[in-house]
Design a protein around this ligand. Structure first.
Ligand SMILES: Cc1cc2nc3c(=O)[nH]c(=O)nc-3n(C[C@H](O)[C@H](O)[C@H](O)COP(=O)(O)O)c2cc1C
Length: 357
């Protein structure tokens, strides 16, 4: 079979199969390097990372492989910092019962969210093969600065309108995030509930709307999903949940176990309660109990507010209070070494396309 080569050749990868960036622990340097070394495009999810952590992780990937990889950052979103006192106090008091259960006292001063300009400066210095951006568009001048440094730029769209804005900013490829996807919604033009198109409809609509290559993401778990997305017009695919379960993934053991245990009906749902931004995860007690809460701060304040709670819940193995981001394909996750999964995905996609003639 002939794989699409337009984007793969520009990136210098053998296979147009990408590791979706997963900040907050899952996308370790070992996972990124394993995917890149096996011929795909590995990625480091650095959205929450301070510059020195990004440097350490990029250096670690480079110690493990000479193959190209991507770094991912969150586009800066306008926000008040520190968050206004009254809503903050209400949101904090909502969470105190969980903190009590974990033996944590009242929340103190919130750590500020990472400084995007400092993160971008470092990316320009370190020059990974690609930078991918989620939840927004960069100004064209910044995309040009990245290009001048030899860095390809990709960015995520949840609607054709977002894809057009990203293309106008000068990106080299648009990543479509279908409604099935695990993790945070990447919408930046319209509210989340109006930016919720499934992969099957989103990929061809975006492929028709823009001239740059399209990378499909959301619900792709095996070669059948890859073949389908190539047929829909994608030049590459990006898989998060499938790699989340792999040996090199830094996801907590309880998170990996929950993926495997996900029941046959849809075990995932959307919540704003962990971070202030809609995200898809395995439904647990925290998501259920906070579903109707009006006391959720906007992103990134809620994310900073729940950070200590989530960290302690993970330390104590409390699955009922952790964020278990996962896509709708979770029950299809297989785990094992990431390189072996990548090889299997490629073989399966080839077999699926052969079957269709
Ligand atoms: C645990 C987890 C963390 C994620 N973190 C990020 C991130 O830091 N940056 C980003 O662009 N997307 C992030 N995503 C979304 C993925 O990049 C991608 O859109 C999604 O995983 C694709 O759907 P799938 O999970 O069904 O494969 C995350 C997804 C998961 C499951």
């Amino acid at each position: 079979m002939t794989w699409p080569r337009d984007l793969a050749d520009r990136l210098g990868v053998r296979l147009p199969i990408f590791l979706a960036p997963m900040a907050g622990g899952p996308s370790t340097p070992a996972l990124a390097a394993a995917v890149s070394e096996a011929g795909g495009l590995g990625a480091l999810g650095c959205g929450y990372s301070a510059p020195e952590q990004i440097r350490a992780e990029v250096e670690e990937v480079r110690r493990r492989t000479q193959a190209p990889f991507a770094v991912n950052l969150f586009a800066p979103e306008p926000h008040d910092w520190p968050p206004p006192a009254e809503p903050l106090a209400r949101a904090a008091s909502r969470l105190q019962a969980y903190r009590d259960e974990l033996g944590l006292g009242p929340v103190g001063d919130l750590p500020p969210p990472p400084d995007f300009d400092a993160q971008l400066e470092l990316v320009l210095e370190l020059r990974p093969r690609a930078l991918s951006i989620t939840s927004g568009a960069l100004p064209p001048a910044r995309v040009k600065t990245l290009h001048d440094a030899g860095i390809l730029v990709m960015a995520t769209a949840t609607t054709p309108a977002e894809a057009e804005v990203l293309e106008a900013s000068g990106v080299d490829a648009v990543v479509t995030q279908g409604a099935e996807a695990g993790g945070h919604r990447a919408n930046f033009l319209a509210p989340g509930e109006r930016s919720f198109i499934g992969t099957m409809a989103l990929v061809p609509r975006v492929a028709d709307a823009v001239k740059v290559p399209v990378v499909a993401a959301g619900g792709i778990m095996d070669g059948r999903g890859i073949a389908a997305c190539l047929a829909l017009g994608a030049s590459a695919v990006s898989l998060g949940t499938a790699f989340l379960a792999c040996d090199e993934s830094g996801a907590a053991a309880a998170h990996k176990a929950a993926l495997r245990a996900a029941p046959g009906d849809d075990a995932t749902g959307l919540t704003r309660a962990f971070s202030g931004k809609p995200a898809r995860g395995l439904v647990n007690r925290f998501m259920r109990e906070q579903a109707a809460s009006a006391d959720v701060l906007p992103y990134p304040a809620q994310n900073q507010l729940t950070a200590g709670l989530r960290r302690e819940a993970a330390r104590q193995g409390r699955s009922d209070l952790m964020s278990f981001w996962a896509g709708q394909g979770a029950p299809l996750a297989r785990g094992g070494p990431a390189g072996r999964l990548l090889a299997a995905l490629a073989e399966e996609a080839e077999a699926a396309l052969r079957r269709l003639g």
